[in-house]
Design a protein around this ligand. Structure first.
Ligand code: KG4
Ligand code: ZN
Length: 340
């Protein structure tokens, strides 16, 4: 199967995605459908998500094949995220993928969704130098918040993670308290540009503590306490902006501290990589970039469409897994001569 294109499916949360990659990891076609059914609820509703994946996926797969100018028999393997994530969506994605593999007589590659995020900086062309192993991955989104030592294909060490909320979740909850829309991250970042970040003293959870775990629930409570005096009345925009700026700086401080500890635990790290929706935040990115340059390390953040949930990373993880299993060389690929 190595040599023919891989079709990959992602359906672990609220993005229904399909991608087709050639054997070298070049993207032949890619489609992402972000479910808007959840906007009114201020968060992803698992039951609605599963049904929406079921409605969208077959058409999305057909359209992606069409975009690539391929038909199903041209494929060499089918891959899908099989966990972790919302079980209803995962069953839809892996069910469709396994059904296709069965019908076409192709291998089905079950991909761990976190592994897909972890290997995404190695996609050809994404990071200069290709992010050689080992590197430190800071994965920060609405669903993930962890420091991972990526030591090889199938070799990951979780150095720390959140003990309560994910960072993106904290952004979303604070945005809700400030009366901003969902998802909250971009709204907070925009509002924070108008605010002062030193007006509201907020706690920096776990800052300076050993290890690299995260905690955001105390910070969320502190923001709620700051808002209490305003009662049910409208919050003046200037105050909301100050609070947004203070909150964002607080999260950035904590992240830099945690990433610094993680780098201490992985002195061989070749690169500091940040991925996940929160990696879109310019202020946080800039602070992490400064940390990397202090340590003399390259800093890499995959482009946003690869940072948030997508099927390209799932296809790439499948390719790296198949190649490792076949004992073939790793990227940059050096086996063109032996490939059939
Ligand atoms: O990776 P993602 O699209 O989905 C998962 O959670 O897996 O990440 C979405 C999260 C949301 O919590 C959103 O508020 C946050 O990423 N986010 C941001 C920004 N853009 C998105 N957080 C802070 N600043 C941003 N600019
Ligand atoms: Zn994800």
């Amino acid at each position: 199967a190595i040599g023919a294109p891989v079709l990959a499916i992602e359906s672990s949360c609220d993005d229904t995605a399909c991608a087709i990659l050639d054997a070298d990891g070049r993207v032949l076609a890619e489609r992402v459908h972000t479910q808007r059914e959840h906007d009114a609820f201020g968060g992803v509703v698992p039951e609605i998500a599963a049904r929406a994946h079921l409605a969208a996926l077959p058409g999305l797969v057909e359209a992606t094949l069409r975009d690539a100018g391929l038909s199903a028999p041209d494929l060499g393997a089918i891959a899908a995220s099989t966990g972790p994530g919302l079980i209803g969506g995962l069953i839809v994605g892996s069910g469709v993928g396994k059904g296709m593999a069965l019908a076409l007589g192709l291998p089905f590659i079950a991909v761990n969704h976190i592994e897909a995020h972890a290997l995404s900086p190695r996609l050809p062309g994404v990071v200069q130098g290709g992010a050689p192993f080992p590197y430190l991955l800071l994965l920060v989104s609405g669903g993930h918040c962890q420091c991972i030592a990526v030591e090889g294909v199938g070799r990951y060490r979780k150095l720390g993670g959140t003990i309560d909320d994910a960072a993106g979740e904290a952004f979303d909850k604070v945005a809700k308290m400030l009366g901003l829309g969902w998802p909250g991250g971009p709204a907070i970042e925009a509002l924070a540009r108008e605010g002062r970040d030193d007006v509201h003293p907020l706690p920096r959870p776990l800052l300076g503590r050993p290890g690299c775990d995260f905690s955001f629930s105390g910070l969320k409570t502190a923001v709620a306490q700051r808002l209490a005096p305003y009662g049910a009345g409208a919050l003046p925009r200037r105050d909301a902006a100050d609070l947004a700026a203070s909150f964002q700086t607080c999260v950035a401080d904590v992240m830099v501290d945690r990433a610094a500890h993680a780098l201490d635990l992985l002195p061989e790290a070749t690169t500091l990589v940040v991925a996940g929706g929160v990696a879109a935040n310019g202020a946080i990115r800039a602070r992490l970039m400064a940390l990397a340059s202090e340590r003399g390390l390259p800093f890499a953040a995959p482009p946003l469409r690869l940072c948030t949930d997508n099927a390209v990373m799932v296809g790439w993880a499948a390719i790296e897994t198949m190649r490792a299993a076949a004992g073939l060389g790793r990227w940059p690929f050096d086996d063109t001569a032996v490939r059939p």
